[in-house]
Design a binder for this molecule. Structure first.
Ligand code: P6P
Length: 343
């Protein structure tokens, strides 16, 4: 006997992203269709970037970044290209009043001189995370985070609109350009995954109501930095490697946050980028890497902390600040936090 929930999820499978957005629009308490239009603009940019990312392997034919391709067009670095495409589509829909990006030192104000600018949302993006993997044909991703502005509508957007705690996000998600291209996002009502059918350029609901398994046996961390890790992380790694009833765990590290997170979300696991003696705040950025992944993790019944406190409760102080992150299956994050606290 299939449960009602499974039946409803099965019924939803193969729904298109467009249908899903319309059907769930009412769930979003501010909804006047703006958030839906925002997600739609991310969908469009994801398809455009996907097309270029998948061509990257043909660089020898179409020209490397900085050269001109066979059409005589300037070949751009893919992360620059992705950044431009997401900024362009987000700016064109008259929904967003500001964008913060890993690729831009300062935030970008959209139509800020127009006092009729009624746009209510700001977006933070890592347009192509893990882009160094492109040359070796490893999956990469786009990460996005959405807030309602805190300054009055119709006034210029300020840094305060971006420096909001992660628990104020109204939407967050990622695009993973892998063996298939997926858009995985939340608006605070669970996490849903959509797979692109490139033949017709449509995203279909392939992973409804995604949830982290409560525990798992995969740990993702760059063990090359072992000598520089805090003692709690060193002890947790040794715990993962012990010969016990449920261990040793498997070590899997792709070097692409979106890919490691996505695999752990499906199979169970923990991703850790801790502080080190060389990088006292870790490497990952709070606003457009850790906060969106933490929102997704918690919406998928997982956890995300800096080893001591909830990522989503950290008060940001600057646009590109870094924080340590431990995120994934609930019981695995709790165990790692235990080692951090005891050390
Ligand atoms: P390291 C990619 O540059 C990234 O931001 C994440 O996607 C990835 O998990 C991490 O950095 C890899 O960093 O220092 O292990 O090469």
């Amino acid at each position: 006997m299939i449960s009602e929930t499974t039946q409803s999820n099965m019924a939803k499978k193969n729904q298109t992203l467009g249908e899903f957005i319309i059907e769930n629009q009412a769930e979003f308490k501010y909804s006047s269709g703006e958030l839906s239009r925002l997600i739609n603009s991310i969908r469009l940019a994801a398809k455009v970037v996907n097309h270029e990312v998948n061509k990257a392997g043909l660089v020898d034919i179409i020209g490397a970044a900085g050269d001109t391709n066979i059409q005589g067009e300037d070949q751009q670095k893919l992360d620059v290209y992705a950044n431009e495409k997401f900024i362009q589509t987000l700016s064109n829909r008259n929904i967003v009043c500001g964008i913060g990006s890993e690729e831009n030192d300062d935030f970008i104000a959209i139509n800020s001189l127009d006092e009729n600018n009624q746009n209510k949302y700001v977006v933070l993006i890592d347009p192509l995370d893990g882009s160094s993997n492109i040359d070796v044909n490893v999956s990469v991703g786009t990460i996005f985070s959405v807030y309602r502005r805190v300054t009055p509508v119709g006034t210029p957007v300020t840094i305060d609109d971006f420096l909001q705690e992660g628990n104020k996000q109204v939407a967050a998600g990622y695009v993973i350009y892998g063996t298939s291209t997926m858009l995985v996002y939340t608006t605070g009502h669970g996490v849903n995954g959509f797979t692109l059918n490139p033949a017709i350029g449509t995203f279909y609901l392939s992973h409804p109501s995604m949830q982290f398994p409560e525990t798992g046996n995969i740990y993702s961390i760059n063990e090359g930095n072992y000598a520089h890790f805090p003692q709690g992380v060193k002890s947790y790694i040794k715990y993962c490697q012990e010969e016990k009833e449920d261990r040793p765990y498997t070590s899997r590290y792709i070097g692409s946050l979106v890919s490691d997170f996505h695999r752990n979300l499906i199979k169970g696991g923990i991703y850790i980028y801790p502080q080190t003696s060389k990088a006292p705040n870790g490497k990952l950025r709070l606003l457009y890497e850790c906060n969106p992944m933490a929102f997704l993790a918690e919406q998928a019944n997982g956890l995300a902390s800096d080893g001591f406190q909830r990522i989503l409760d950290i008060q940001p102080t600057e646009l590109h600040q870094r924080v340590p992150i431990f995120c994934g299956s609930r019981k695995m994050v709790e165990k790692a936090e235990e080692f951090m606290k005891n050390s």
